[in-house]
Design a protein around this ligand. Sequence first.
Ligand code: ZN
Length: 151
Amino acid sequence: MPEEPCQCADCQRFYKEHDRLIREFPTFKQQQELSWASIQSFRTLCNKITDELQRQLSEKESNEDLSLEGNHISDKEITEALDELESVNAYLYSIEALMEKIFDSKVSNNIELKFKEIAKQLAPDPLNIDRLILNRLFHQTPDFPDKKNIN
Ligand SMILES: [Zn+2]
């Protein structure tokens, strides 16, 4: 019996997004640029939030009475978030170093045409096996109990 791909909301969102990124960025060069932009935007946002949370924390320390409108984030939440963001930033930094290596690679125009051709075949397929493998990262709920021992 073939393994049924998971159809939970997280997985379905992943299938859709995965295909969109292949359809809209069907060349080697476009995928390079997309990955780079994705890492950089994630880093930019995380860094900005880190700065903001640190500022908020130090303002609270210097002024106990300060109560900002609509600010319901506790010190504990801020401290935990800062720890998480620090790890994420370190990982993103490592990924960025690897992405620079990937950016060194180039393919000829003929190979780019091949990319486009294959992208067209790949993106409409809702059950692409490569995507299903990748999606284990996005999958938020455990698989059926009887599948636990397969891997
Ligand atoms: Zn799922």
